[in-house]
Design a binder for this molecule. Structure first.
Ligand code: GTP
Ligand code: MG
Ligand code: ZN
Length: 367
């Protein structure tokens, strides 16, 4: 019973229990476990009782096929413990994911890498130093929405002098209704607001470029210096890629945090479902357009353009929408991309329902 309670602290709940029951029979020596760290296809997983090393067996590797299906930090897996002659345990299955954050593997058209799996909340962290870049936040936002996790824009280093009103003005058309939290890992300001987005058994992933303070924020929330941090370069605030692997950390009092290494770039590909979610104000205005397939660009009878003309929708936000859609559409698309996008969209739909409920419960009017 104690073990079960601990699994719950790792995020295990009734719906995971149902998924498990549908896939695995009792007594076949498999245990549910959560991936804590991944490094070169060696995994550290937690069973709720203990942490063990495990690898993916050849047979399962074959079954999983694509890189995207491979276990990632945050995944729930079926573990077979190491026998007397084995070095490590074996991961024999990966449970279907809820929310996740995926990025395109550089230099390929369709290979995706799961940065964090089963995430409920994605903190998109920027530093209010030279790092701040609205276009970058926009890309992260689309990728987060596409993966079905609830995004929160986190502006860290609020202790530094900065024209906050200017930042908010610039960010407004991009953020829409996504909450924006102004925090300082250094002073501790805004930490309760971040905690408010996490909650018992929920998983939050920290994403953003190197040096924005992801690990410092996690240390501040957890109350230890467990995650290594390093000074940014003074001239341009660039980080030093201090965190080198993704890791899941348990927050005392409930909640799970995933630290990630800063990404050099984030490439967009088929994120059309993310685009609709990010611009749900435009999507709902578009219901009244004369043409059902209206692109809100040059068509007559466009309800979106009317809203801009009447001042109900900002021209900036409309322009942003048109620009981003063009960017997404112009990416080469192949069969695998389409299939993967359809799969993502299906998973995202489930999670976006939860997201909408979240917005309905009092986040309206923010941003
Ligand atoms: N002034 C100020 N500095 C901060 C704040 N949060 C973090 N820093 C500093 O920013 C630097 C980088 O912080 P890290 O936590 O290592 O950044 P990171 O995002 O984890 O970077 P990578 O692991 O390289 O991806 C450190 O020197 C921190 O002390 C803050 O709120 N205010
Ligand atoms: Mg770090
Ligand atoms: Zn229209």
């Amino acid at each position: 019973m104690l073990a079960d309670t601990t699994l719950e602290l790792l995020g295990w709940d009734d719906s995971w229990r149902d998924v498990w029951a549908a896939h695995h029979r009792d007594g076949d020596e498999r245990l549910p476990a959560r991936v804590i760290v991944e490094s070169q296809h060696i995994y550290r997983v937690h069973t709720g009782e203990d942490e063990v090393l495990a690898r993916v067996t050849g047979r399962v590797r074959h079954k999983l096929g694509s890189r995207e299906a491979f276990p990632a930090v945050g995944d729930w897996v079926a573990l077979k413990r190491a026998g007397p002659n084995d070095e490590m345990g074996r991961i024999v299955d990966v449970l279907p994911r809820r929310g996740r954050f995926v990025r395109k593997v550089a230099g390929t058209t369709s290979e995706a890498q799961v940065v964090a799996a089963n995430v409920d909340v994605v903190f998109l962290v920027s530093g209010l130093d030279h790092d701040f870049n609205v276009r970058r936040i926009e890309r992260y936002l689309l990728a987060a929405l596409d993966g079905g996790a609830a995004p929160v824009i986190v502006l860290n280093k609020a202790d530094l002098p900065r024209d906050i009103e200017g930042v908010r003005r610039e960010l407004g058309p991009v953020a829409g209704r996504v909450p924006i939290e102004l925090v300082s890992a250094r002073s501790g300001a805004g930490m309760d607001a971040l905690r408010g987005h996490i909650g018992l058994g929920r998983t939050a992933a920290f994403l953003g470029s190197s040096g924005v303070g992801k690990s410092t924020l996690i240390n501040r929330l957890v109350g230890t210096e467990a995650q290594r941090t390093a000074e940014v370069r003074e001239s341009d605030s660039r980080g030093r890629h201090t965190t080198t692997h993704r890791e899941l950390v348990v927050l005392p009092g409930g909640g799970l945090l995933i630290d990630t290494p800063g990404m050099r770039e984030l490439q967009l590909w088929e994120v059309s479902s993310g685009l609709d979610d990010a611009f749900d104000d435009i999507t709902s205005l578009g219901v009244d357009c004369r043409f059902r397939d209206c692109t809100h660009d040059t068509e007559p009878g466009c309800a979106v353009k009317l809203a801009v003309a009447e001042g109900r929708l900002s021209a900036d936000r409309h322009g942003n929408y048109l620009r981003l859609r063009k960017e997404v559409r112009s990416k080469p698309v192949d069969e695998a991309d389409i299939k993967a996008a359809a799969e993502r969209a299906r998973e995202a739909r489930v999670a976006s329902k939860a997201l909408k409920k979240l917005y309905a419960n009092g986040l309206k009017g923010q941003g």
